[in-house]
Design a protein around this ligand. Structure first.
Ligand SMILES: [Zn+2]
Length: 255
């Protein structure tokens, strides 16, 4: 909800667009300054639109929009492409992943709520996808878990949720609500050491570094991470999230 008034300019990622009328679109943006914003892009569906390719999903733009007090929809005045990520959308695997990441932002981030860290994590994940095509599924895991953390749904994954013991050298158990426990507090499914370590290191590594480090773990551990993220998301959304392939191996057909 736009609560301010006037013209604003901010960096933004295009998350999704909808048809509004014959000529117009609605664009959902993740802005750096104002969180998730929905805006009318007049004339965006015309062949020669002033928005050009600037409203393609995942494009990083400098967006200028006009907001009116009490109106949820802003009016998009202008978008200028900062970085297109066009090459990513051309690949079907990437496209599916990127669409999924955009959906997660829309589902988890309340409109109009500025979140600089979410903007940075989202950008880092797109850049990681651009560099590491073979690690798509792990980057999805990274983003899922960070979304949950930024939303305040996941506690510090280096400590037992109950007794706060450091889990670094402990057997780690995961519950369906996304909490981790030590052996003494127990409950839930025991994680393999690789998966437990992945959850611990995810908090301090960038997505590219993390996915590089995690790609050597076996498929069972990757499935555990996927299961952890999925059940924590489902617990949070109180319904099952959209499906996404769980093993990165399944997206690398060239080797
Ligand atoms: Zn404990």
């Amino acid at each position: 909800m736009a609560t301010g008034h006037g013209v604003r300019e901010t960096e933004a990622f295009v998350l999704r667009t909808y048809k509004l009328s014959e000529a117009d679109k609605i664009a959902v943006l993740l802005t750096r300054e104002a969180g998730v914003v929905r805006g009318v892009a007049r004339g965006a569906r015309r062949l020669k639109s002033r928005f050009g390719a600037g409203l393609e999903p995942c494009t990083l733009v400098s967006a200028t929009f006009h907001e009116k007090e009490g109106r949820e929809l802003v009016t998009l005045r202008q978008v200028e492409i900062v970085r297109s990520f066009f090459e990513l959308n051309a690949d079907p695997d990437n496209f599916t992943l990127l669409e999924y990441l955009c959906d997660l932002v829309i589902q988890f981030s309340p409109p109009g709520q500025r979140d600089e860290r979410l903007f940075r994590v989202f950008r880092a994940c797109l850049e990681a996808v651009a560099r590491e095509r073979e690690n798509l599924a792990l980057i999805a895991r990274y983003f899922e878990i960070w979304m949950l953390r930024l939303g305040g749904f996941l506690a510090d994954m280096r400590r037992c949720a109950r007794c706060k013991k450091n889990l670094e050298f402990e057997a780690t158990y995961a519950r369906g609500d996304g909490t981790l426990h030590c052996g003494a507090c127990g409950g839930g499914a025991r994680l393999s050491p690789e998966a437990a370590r992945g959850l611990q290191t995810l908090q301090r590594l960038k997505p590219g570094e993390w996915s590089q480090q995690m790609r050597s773990i076996d498929r069972a551990a990757q499935r555990e991470l996927a299961q952890f993220a999925r059940s924590a998301l489902a617990h949070t959304l109180e319904r099952a999230p959209r499906q996404f392939p769980t093993a990165s191996v399944s997206t690398t057909s060239s080797t």
